[in-house]
Design a protein around this ligand. Structure first.
Ligand SMILES: *[C@@H]1O[C@H](CO)[C@@H](O)[C@H](O)[C@H]1NC(C)=O
Ligand SMILES: *[C@@H]1O[C@H](CO)[C@@H](O)[C@H](O)[C@H]1NC(C)=O
Ligand SMILES: CC(=O)N[C@H]1CO[C@H](CO)[C@@H](O)[C@@H]1O
Ligand SMILES: [Zn+2]
Length: 491
C-alpha cells in the first residue's frame, strides 16, 4: 500500500507541474483502495483488504446502491468462505468474521454476485418499484457462521457499525436492510417436484433487534412483551389449506411490505414477474407458507423466533441404504480380486508381474473400500447439515463414481501390459473386469435413484407438513405486520 501511494505521489508531483488541477491525490488509488482507506478512517474495527478477482464481479450498469443484503456464510471460517466464493466464481463486497474483523473484497460501487435470484418491492425516489436481481442495487455482507451457531457480540457489533457506515455513505434508507432469506424468493425445484425457499440466511439467531435499536432496519423489537407475543402465537387466524378473502388481503399486504408472494418461476420454468397486482389465489397454500417462513425468520420477536427450526428441515434424510451399497460394491470387488488372483497365479504370470498385480489390486481397493465410502457418506452428511439440504444434487458422489471407473481402467491397462500374460488370460481377465464394471455401474445407478426417491418422499411426507404447521398464520404475524407498516411510513 505504502509503495503504491509513494509512487503515485511522485507521478502526481510531475503531473502537478504540467497539468495542475487535473488530478487529485485520490486518483492514484484504485476504487477498492479508496474504499479501504475510507473504511479504516471511519470505523474502529480491524479492516482487511483482499480483492476478489475482477472476473467475479462487474459494473452496476448505472444502477444505484439502494440496499444492504446480509448473509451468513455456511462456511466455517473466513478462509474457507473466500475459497468457496472464489471457486464458485461469485463474490461479496464485505465479510465480517467472528472476531468482528471486516474484509473488503469488492469495490463498493461495483456489483458483487451474492444475492442471486431475488426480488423486493420498494420505494425508489418516491415511486414504488418491483426490483429483481438485487445484486444491481445492493451491497452484500457475508457473516462467518455455519448456520448452526449464535452470532458473537463482537461480530454483531461490526455488522452494525458497517451497515451504519454504508447507510451514511450511500444514503441507504433504514428500511432497505434485508436478509438474503427474504429477498431470495421461492423457486420451483424439479429435483424435489416442489417449491422451496432458496436461501435461509442469516438464520433465526441473527440479532435484528440490536440493529433496529441503532436505527438499522425495521423491527418490532420489544414493543410487544414476550407474554403478549406468546399469547398471540396461540391465536391461530389462518392455517395452511384455508381459503378466505382475508388471506388474499394478507398476500397483498405482504407484497406491499416488499415480499414476493408468487414463486420466481412456475413448473415449466417461466419467470413470474411482476408480482404486483398478480392474480393471487385466496388460499393459504404451500407457497404462501414459505413466504410466511421468510417473514417469520426476520420479523417475529426474538422469544418467538427462537422456536423456529434452526435449519429449514428437521428431518434427517441421511441415506441409511448407503451402507447396503457400500457392502455390495465392496463384496463385488473382493470377488473380482479373488478371481483375478486365482486366474493369474504363477505360473500364469511370473513372480514379478504377480507381485505387481497384488499391489495394483490393493491400490484399487483403496479407492473403492469401506473407507472411501465412509468418506462419501461423511460428505453427504455435511451437505445435508448445510443449507442446501433441500436442493439435492448428485455432484457429491459423481467424483467418487468417476474415480472408481477411472482407477479401474488403470488397473485393467496395468494387467494387460504384463509381459508374462498370455493372450487367453488377457481375455479372461478383461472379461472379469468388464463384468465387474457393469455390476458396479448398475449399483451406483440404483444408489442414485434410491437416494433421490427417498429425499423426495421425506420432503413431501414429513418436511412440508411440518413446515406448514410451523407457519400457521397467527394473530402475532398480523400484529407485527401492522407495526412494520406504520414504522415504514415514518421512515
Ligand atoms: C480464484 O479462482 C481462480 C479460478 O478458479 C483461480 O485461478 C485463482 O487462483 C483463485 N484465487 C484464489 C485467491 O484462490
Ligand atoms: C385468476 O386465478 C383464478 C384461480 O386461480 C383463475 O380461475 C382465473 O382464470 C385467473 N384470472 C386471470 C385473469 O388470470
Ligand atoms: C477416493 C479415493 O479413495 N481415492 C484414493 C485412490 O487411491 C489413491 C492411491 O492409493 C489415493 O491417493 C486416493 O486418495
Ligand atoms: Zn446468502
Amino acid at each position: 500500500m505504502k509503495l503504491i501511494v509513494k509512487k503515485c505521489l511522485s507521478v502526481l508531483f510531475l503531473l502537478l507541474l504540467v497539468a495542475p488541477l487535473l488530478y487529485g491525490q485520490q486518483s492514484c488509488l484504485s476504487d477498492i483502495e479508496n474504499d479501504f482507506q475510507d473504511l479504516k478512517t471511519s470505523l474502529k474495527n480491524p479492516i482487511f483488504l483482499d480483492p476478489a478477482p475482477s472476473l467475479n464481479y462487474d459494473d452496476r450498469e448505472g444502477k444505484k446502491v439502494l440496499m444492504v443484503v446480509v448473509h451468513h456464510t455456511e462456511s466455517p471460517t473466513l478462509k474457507s468462505t473466500k475459497y468457496a466464493l472464489n471457486s464458485s466464481g461469485i463474490s461479496v463486497q464485505l465479510i465480517v468474521d467472528r472476531d468482528g474483523s471486516i474484509t473488503l473484497m469488492v469495490p463498493l460501487e461495483k456489483r458483487a454476485w451474492h444475492a442471486g435470484i431475488s426480488y423486493a418491492k420498494v420505494q425508489v425516489d418516491n415511486v414504488v418499484e418491483e426490483l429483481r436481481k438485487l445484486n444491481d442495487y445492493s451491497i452484500g455482507i457475508e457473516i462467518v457462521n455455519t448456520g448452526l451457531e449464535p452470532f458473537p457480540e463482537e461480530q454483531m457489533k461490526s455488522v452494525k457499525d458497517l451497515i451504519l457506515y454504508l447507510m451514511k455513505r450511500f444514503k441507504i434508507r433504514k428500511d432497505m436492510i434485508f436478509s438474503h432469506a427474504e429477498i431470495g424468493t421461492i423457486v420451483y425445484n424439479s429435483a424435489i417436484e416442489g417449491y422451496a425457499m432458496r436461501k435461509p440466511d442469516p438464520h433465526k439467531l441473527f440479532d435484528w433487534e440490536l440493529l433496529e435499536k441503532s436505527g438499522i432496519g425495521l423491527h418490532i423489537g420489544d414493543r410487544i412483551s414476550p407474554q403478549d407475543a406468546e399469547q398471540k402465537v396461540n391465536e391461530v387466524l389462518y392455517k395452511v389449506g384455508d381459503k378466505s378473502e382475508n388471506i388474499l388481503k394478507l398476500k397483498k399486504r405482504l407484497n406491499g411490505f416488499f415480499y414476493k408472494i408468487l414463486p420466481w418461476n412456475d413448473r415449466e420454468g417461466n419467470m413470474i414477474f411482476p408480482d404486483n397486482n398478480a392474480n393471487y389465489s385466496n388460499e393459504f397454500d404451500e407457497n404462501f407458507a414459505w413466504v410466511i417462513n421468510q417473514f417469520s425468520m426476520h420479523h417475529l420477536p426474538k422469544e418467538i423466533r427462537k422456536d423456529l427450526p434452526l435449519k429449514l428441515e428437521q428431518e434427517d434424510i441421511l441415506p441409511e441404504f448407503l451402507v447396503k451399497y457400500r457392502n455390495l460394491i465392496f463384496s463385488e470387488f473382493l470377488s473380482l480380486s479373488d478371481k483375478t488372483q486365482l486366474s493369474l497365479k504363477p505360473p500364469f504370470l511370473n513372480e514379478e508381474d504377480y507381485k505387481h498385480l497384488l499391489s495394483s489390486l490393493a491400490e484399487y481397493e483403496n479407492n473403492i473400500s469401506s473407507d472411501a465410502f465412509a468418506m462419501l457418506m461423511y460428505k453427504i452428511k455435511l451437505y445435508y447439515d448445510s443449507y442446501l439440504r433441500y436442493n439435492i444434487r448428485s455432484s457429491l458422489y459423481i467424483p467418487f463414481r468417476l474415480n472408481s471407473f477411472e482407477k479401474l481402467d488403470i488397473l485393467k491397462n496395468e494387467i494387460l501390459s504384463f509381459k508374462s500374460i498370455s493372450p487367453e488370460k488377457a481375455i479372461e481377465v478383461s472379461n472379469l473386469i468388464n463384468e465387474f464394471r457393469s455390476k458396479i455401474l448398475s449399483d451406483f445407478q440404483n444408489f442414485e435413484k434410491q437416494w433421490f426417491q427417498e429425499f423426495k418422499d421425506t420432503w413431501k411426507q414429513k418436511f412440508i407438513p411440518n413446515m406448514e404447521r410451523q407457519m400457521s398464520w397467527t394473530a402475532l404475524h398480523e400484529t407485527v405486520l401492522e407495526y412494520l407498516e406504520k414504522a415504514k411510513k415514518e421512515v
